[in-house]
Design a protein around this ligand. Structure first.
Ligand code: LRH
Ligand code: MN
Ligand code: MN
Length: 432
């Protein structure tokens, strides 16, 4: 489904009465600080965030699921939904697939369909954290109940390795260039497993998968401290992740999911460290209050998100570069919101945090830090955080034919109703 561009423009006209004045005010304010708002707008346009295929349907908790209607049931429908998000926000131009929740057997057709919406395929996610009832990731029928790559049984490890190789093959046909590996592997009780042997098994398995990757591909490993295992996780934190990445190969990098940290972890410092080691893959953006809550980006800790982007801008505007482009992805799940509305809010929050970080006068910050001006440094970054940069983001969106206010346009154009009319109220079958 494609939205009518003229309808988006009409929506914009109704909302943008004061837009030019607001844009002029913020631009003049930034100009005074030596920041060119045109450059900020150009940077915002460049930041494209991948949409996860699994976030397009209503998510479940372990207590139940309350799906809305019109959810995508096929990969083709998921691609169509991302096309709508792209039209409205101008901030997403790729989709990240999760195998076997998505089974792109007709990869060439799927690739063509995506291209017709201006979309490409972001990182491919393997899944050895569950046994697929259809047997698609467990062809040998062996269970991941006690782990996949860490498993004491070689046959299970081999099955997990083969699944990842299959995912790479799908990805090659779709034009992706990275594999994301998140493992649920770990243990639930002390005494259940040997930490060291589990780690060595995972390391060895990753090395074998790495050898099968095309030379221009990257492998992203994603750490997580707990859940579904509650006593230990093999790839539990950024330290273990860095060890695994370094032990696997040069093109193995650490993916940071914002929900995968123990409470109060200084995530921005983690980001700085991993960049320092030139091993940052990119992000799974989401937000959380307690643990891996997968809530809308920026809905709880927008200041933390801004501080993370501060580190990223420091890197992006600096001279020392990694070999890879950073991967920007959302990883969210929504039980109570319309998934498309949630994603639009998430794109907006990411752009906001990025813009706020872009307008920090960096040379001045470095000077304040050098002179140990503690209050001065804090003032400077908080001033950026408290600047209303929304006119810049709206401008960036509209320059790409997107909506002044994507959520308002989504509602005004009755997109969900149109999807329900077309697809009915059936429940999407795959995903969280
Ligand atoms: C694990 C995780 C990982 C999975 C996704 C569905 O919590 O963040 O990225 O692939 O959720
Ligand atoms: Mn994740
Ligand atoms: Mn997660």
């Amino acid at each position: 489904m494609n939205l009518d561009r003229n309808q988006i423009t009409d929506c914009n006209k109704q909302l943008m009465n004061f837009h030019q004045q607001e844009l002029d005010i913020v631009s003049a304010k930034l100009d005074q600080q030596g920041i060119n708002s045109e450059e900020v707008i150009a940077d915002i346009i460049k930041l494209q965030v991948a949409t996860p295929s699994w976030a397009l349907g209503t998510g479940a908790t372990r207590f139940g699921r309350f799906p809305g209607g019109g959810e995508p049931a096929t990969l083709e429908e998921k691609i169509s939904d991302v096309g709508i998000l792209k039209q409205l926000s101008g901030q997403t131009s790729s989709i990240s697939l999760h195998i076997p929740w998505d089974i792109p057997d007709n990869a060439e057709e799927v690739k063509e369909l995506a291209a017709s919406y201006g979309l490409t395929f972001d990182s491919m996610n393997s899944n050895t954290f569950m046994n697929d009832p259809r047997g698609a990731n467990t062809p040998n029928g062996l269970s991941y109940k006690y782990g996949s790559m860490c498993n004491t049984q070689e046959a299970v490890r081999e099955q997990a390795i083969q699944h990842n190789i299959d995912v790479i093959e799908y990805g090659k046909r779709l034009g992706s260039d990275s594999l994301t590996v998140w493992l649920a592997d770990g243990s639930n009780y002390p005494g259940q497993a040997n930490f060291r042997k589990q780690f060595e098994n995972v390391q060895d398995s990753l090395q074998q998968i790495y050898k099968q990757m095309p030379e221009d591909w990257f492998m992203f490993t994603e750490h997580k401290p707990f859940e579904p295992n509650f006593y230990s996780t093999v790839n539990n934190d950024w330290g273990s992740n860095l060890l695994l990445a370094k032990g696997t190969g040069e093109r193995c990098l650490c993916l940071v999911d914002l929900g995968h940290h123990l409470p109060n972890t200084n995530i921005e410092q983690v980001v700085s460290r991993v960049i320092m080691e030139k091993r940052l893959a990119g992000f799974h953006f989401n937000d959380s209050k307690y643990s891996d809550d997968d809530l809308t980006v920026g809905s709880l800790k927008p200041y933390q998100l801004f501080l993370i982007f501060n580190e990223l801008v420091e890197y992006m505007k600096g001279d020392e570069k990694q070999d890879n482009e950073l991967a920007w992805m959302i990883d969210a799940s929504h039980n109570t919101k319309d998934p498309m509305e949630d994603l639009l809010q998430s794109f907006d929050a990411i752009a906001l945090a990025y813009a706020q970080a872009l307008i920090i006068p960096r040379t001045q910050l470095n000077e304040l830090q050098f002179n140990n001006d503690v209050a001065g440094g804090q003032e400077l970054i908080q001033n950026a955080y408290r600047t209303d940069v929304r006119p810049l983001i709206r401008e960036a969106r509209m320059r790409q034919g997107g909506a002044f206010d994507p959520l308002a346009a989504y509602r005004a154009l009755e997109v969900r109703k149109q999807l329900i009319d077309a697809r009915g109220t059936r429940v999407a079958v795959t995903g969280l």
